[in-house]
Design a protein around this ligand. Structure first.
Ligand SMILES: Cc1cc2nc3c(=O)[nH]c(=O)nc-3n(C[C@H](O)[C@H](O)[C@H](O)COP(=O)(O)OP(=O)(O)OC[C@H]3O[C@@H](n4cnc5c(N)ncnc54)[C@H](O)[C@@H]3O)c2cc1C
Length: 460
């Protein structure tokens, strides 16, 4: 059958929760999901840390693509907040955004997440301690599923959906055609065939950013450039941050630098976690995750320190700027570079001997090097300032042996012009999740999927 009521492009959280909401509420609705990557059980990153230590650039990156999207092997930190993770609330309102995030959290609990802990900044002493040290702790509730439970939730969701939805894995969509006049539907073309639908939901995430730009160009959908976040991943002994992570799990802290008044912020904190490579369009950057299962936990905690860069006329290619910096680190290090904080402030590169002699055992096999040859001075100065600021609330952060991996880049899709229903100027064509530039998190992406599905359900 080549005709559907709804076609969803991309099987990340946005696509999955659109499909879930549609088939749960309208069992007769014919839904197809096209996914460039593999089915969940076939997703496997070849880096085994033994024979293969570095990213070999697979055609379809199993970390970023496939059922579950970029979130499949993530730490499964499900943040329920409007303070970060996207600007969905600007389109649908703050309360609605929070309600949808809580609704998805409930589904995650039903499909395997039951028993996982919901942490919250509310009522803790840390807000005050941070403030006293010129640090701003953002308000949030965070459910930590962990990489393992997150995977189980995805397995269960797939088991529920597989007989109700036609899944096409390893099937990238080439382009989308508008059929006839406004509202007549769409043809979604893959290499092998074309499929028609009344409504189309595009949820291609960060890995689909280049493709998304092409589609917007072809369909004359206006876009504007978004920001890029550049920084490093910090790895240190878990005990240094344990007073914060035991109570909050993740603390999103913002520091305003004295030198340039730039904001530097913590991002994606992984207590007892591992640092990992990330491949975006062939460029190797760094990320982190951790397991709920104690057997798989490490002695270290990792988190990113990031600075946002926005560009305007005449240069608007924020992602291109981030890519160039990441390429530089790939050129110098053959991938990700690791440096001891003590080496960085003494102006010397790290070498394998110094790393080996240090207190922190790296969880990622990266190339010892010098991050000052890669990161712009202003960004690096901000990161160093913030490490000293964090040292006041978590003494030991600025130890010589603290490891910095670079570079970490958060690429944001350009922001697509959408109305309050996340609908484009083409009636029935919706763009959601990270691919829209509106969200940058599991919770916001999933919530955007439910929101659009409900809008479509109202029109069926
Ligand atoms: C290592 C890692 C850890 C993370 N940890 C967290 C975390 O703990 N908490 C958090 O909130 N967020 C985390 N994130 C971010 C989070 O995973 C994303 O915000 C979220 O997955 C976005 O969902 P999405 O559905 O919009 O897009 P994605 O999850 O990116 O899914 C998009 C899917 O579309 C597919 N696709 C792309 N182009 C096409 C095409 N042309 N045709 C067909 N399919 C296509 C891709 O293969 C992909 O599977 C992490 C990301 C990574 C990489």
């Amino acid at each position: 059958m080549n005709k559907y009521d709804v076609i969803i492009v991309g099987a990340g959280p946005g696509g999955i929760f659109s499909a879930y909401e549609l088939v749960t509420n309208a069992p007769d609705c014919r839904v197809a999901v096209f996914e460039a990557g593999h089915s969940l059980e076939k997703r496997r990153c070849p880096i085994d840390g033994d024979k293969i230590k570095k990213c070999i650039g697979c055609k379809s990156c199993s970390i970023m693509s496939g059922f579950g999207g970029a979130g499949a092997f993530s730490d499964g930190k499900y943040n329920i907040t409007n303070a970060f993770g996207g600007t969905l609330y600007e389109y649908i309102g703050r309360q609605k955004a929070l309600d949808l995030m809580r609704y998805v959290d409930g589904i995650n609990m039903e499909y395997g997440g039951e028993g996982t802990k919901l942490y919250s900044t509310a009522g803790t002493e840390f807000k005050k301690i941070c403030m006293q040290n010129k640090l701003n702790l953002l308000d949030a509730s965070v459910r930590h599923l962990g990489t393992d439970i997150n995977y189980i939730v995805l397995e269960n969701l797939y088991a529920f959906l597989k007989d109700k939805v036609d899944f096409f894995f390893d099937t990238p969509v080439h382009n989308i055609e508008v059929l006839g006049d406004a509202g007549e539907g769409y043809r979604v073309n893959t290499e092998a065939a074309g499929y028609e639908c009344d409504k189309c939901i595009v949820s291609v995430g960060r890995s689909g950013s280049k493709w998304m730009e092409k589609v917007c160009d072809e369909l004359n959908i206006p876009t504007k450039s978004n920001r890029v976040d550049i920084g490093v991943r910090v790895e240190l002994p878990a005990v240094i941050f344990s007073h914060l992570t035991d109570e909050l799990y993740e603390s999103k802290i913002v520091y305003r630098t004295q030198q340039f008044e730039d904001n530097v912020r913590t991002f994606c904190m992984n207590p007892k976690g591992s640092v990992v490579n990330e491949n975006t369009n062939g460029i190797i950057t760094v990320n982190g995750h951790s397991y709920e299962d104690k057997e798989k936990q490490t002695e270290n905690t990792n988190f990113a320190l990031l600075v946002s860069k926005h560009f305007s006329e005449p240069f608007k290619d924020s992602n291109g700027y981030g890519e160039s910096i990441a390429r530089l680190s790939n050129m110098l290090g053959g991938g990700v570079i690791v440096q001891r904080f003590g080496d960085l402030i003494r102006g010397r590169r790290s070498n394998p001997k110094r790393i080996e002699e240090g207190m922190v055992v790296p969880t990622l096999a990266a190339t010892p090097g010098d991050l000052s040859l890669v990161l712009p001075k202003r960004i690096l100065d901000g990161i160093i300032e913030m490490i000293y600021a964090l040292d006041k609330i978590a003494p030991g952060t600025a130890n010589d042996d603290t490891l910095l991996y670079g570079v970490e880049v958060k690429f944001y899709n350009m922001e697509v012009k959408l109305d309050e229903h996340l609908e484009t100027l083409h009636k029935g064509l919706y763009i959601i999740g990270d691919g829209s530039g509106v969200t940058h998190s599991l919770s916001h992406a999933s919530a955007s999927g439910v929101y659009v599905a409900r809008k479509i359900l109202g029109e069926l």
